[in-house]
Ligand binder design. Sequence first.
Ligand code: 3PG
Length: 220
Amino acid sequence: MTIEKQLPSTRTTELDSICLKAEVIPVLAIARIEDAVPLATALVEGGLTVLEVTLRTDCALDAIRRINEALPQASVGVGTVLTPAQYRQAEQVGADFVVTPGTTEALYRYGVTSSVPMLPGVATVSELMTGWQYGYRRFKFFPAEASGGVKALKAFAGPIPDARFCPTGGIGINNAEDYLALKNVMCVGGSWLTPKSLVDAEDWDAIRSLAREAAERFHH
Ligand code: 3PG
């Protein structure tokens, strides 16, 4: 592995200012395009203005375009980015940031050249060390609960104290606080704010209440 170029530190600063806006980032998988704007609106009205829309559904890119247009005050990240080609698609739809579930050399290299900051997903110290060499300082910790949770994050702080994380995977209203109490956690992410049953029922009031509960409980 030869590292020719490192991530500019401005990308880290950009991620910090996005994460400062919300301690909780809802993770969305939008199955019906017509849900995109009402769902995002309910979350933003509830007080959660940073969203991650995953590329797990056919209409995801279109959904991100529509959300960006309807809610300019929201910061919209594109999640489940697996390849540089998807990273480019995220750039084209106006992503404020990119989130990956894991890392590859290709993604680390592409992210260094992009003007859109990436939160690379790591679960081990080795993946973290590779990212660190490329200049990455902010990471998603995924899948958080399955990969050692709070204990793992405390252990990461030993060798790499300056790395900070957005843990996701198995986090909900009852354990978010345990993560947010850690010095190396800047925010948490999760799909608990967008339960499929409420989205299918178009119950935007209930989703707004879930968002409000999280925003009030975990505010900075
Ligand atoms: C993600 O991609 O971040 C996860 O799917 C979110 O995990 P959760 O569904 O356990 O919250």
